[in-house]
Design a binder for this molecule. Sequence first.
Ligand code: S3P
Length: 445
Amino acid sequence: MNQLHARPLTARRPAAPLIGDITVPGDKSISHRALMFAGLAIGRTHITGLLEGEDVLRTAGAMRALGAELTRLPDGSWEVWGRGVGGLAEPDDILDMGNSGTAARLLAGVLASHPIFAVMTGDGSLRRRPMKRVTDPLSLCGARFSSREGGRLPLAIEGARDPLPIEYRLPVASAQVKSAVLLAGLAAPGHTIVEEPEPTRDHTENMLRHFGATVHIGEQGTGRVITLVGQPELRAADIAVPGDPSSAAFPLAAALMVPGSRITVRGVGLNPLRAGLFATLQEMGADIVISAPRLEGGEPTGDITASFGPLRGIDVPASRVPSMIDEYPILAMLAATASGTTRMRGLKELRVKESDRLAATAAALAANGVRVQIEGDDLLVHGNGSPPQGGGLVATHMDHRIAMSAIVLGLATAEPVSVDDTGFIDTSFPGFVALMNSLGAGLAA
Ligand code: S3P
């Protein structure tokens, strides 16, 4: 995003409870993958519910630059004509992935096994994020990369002419790294094998199968081994993208924090590898009810209702991290309103998100009178069962989730909470402020 001016906002306690029945935009992870797989398939894929956030539009732009045909239809759905596995064309300019780590890392996997040259860059946040975690394993297929110090963008990619299948054990539990390796494996012969120490979101595996590839998933200790049979012919397959549970988390958290509130979010993706927040909130005593469970586009989906009530602090184990990696900032805000201490363990990966989210979350709380500590990789938030003081200005560091978390906090604090910039919210949740206002949040710039 090339913003000329920051867009600050102040959130204050609404006069009345938040009440409503809403949907949230499509799942970000699934939307990126839908466009990439559709671009690698033969034929026409029709996608409904695609997230039209900045991040996903970057993936759309890159897939166009690589020769896939993407059209937004008048009803808001998308049509993609793919080029076939190994069939993408060399882009004639730099690919700008904006703020999106998922777009950059997954696309690096796609490009690694195409015989083309490409250069990728991104905004100030993305250019600071580690890429060696994908370029190291992707080099094993024969691709060559040159980048700035520490593997950071801009990154030049010379894809392999005759890609080899990769066998790789993930050193960190990362769905992005797993997906990059699997995407590279599409154009390689033989078996591409990824071992993950803990199960991470499996949208790539689900989508590979949906488009006709053969994938075996085995259990191994606490983790999984994923085997992809290479060089499948991916066949176009329509996709209905469910609502993003990571986006639903914000209005649901607001309902839990503003007295008297009750909010239902319909059609939310409930993939078990994404649902850690809802289990955690139930352990904290939250009134969260999941209804109408169903399968949509191969992904479990349901309606979630959250109602205001007291929360208690708990110990969140490190094993929960992969299933709620993006939800810790908003969980920390909720923990600030709970009674007692919440310890969130094992948050090392939060340091390399759109911002250093561990530091940014702690700073957002501290600026608003909440007692908070970072101990090693753990975050401790001390709540006393009443609304935090508020009154602080939160630095969002180009991070959409820090901005949305701080705004939700400001709906519950005694004094208003200000954020320095709401512009990056559009990367994942276009219409966030208007949707919150439709529930009675009364947010104004
Ligand atoms: C994502 C995986 C996670 C997550 C990100 C989306 C994905 O990142 O934080 O928002 O779509 O695969 P990591 O793989 O780095 O944990």
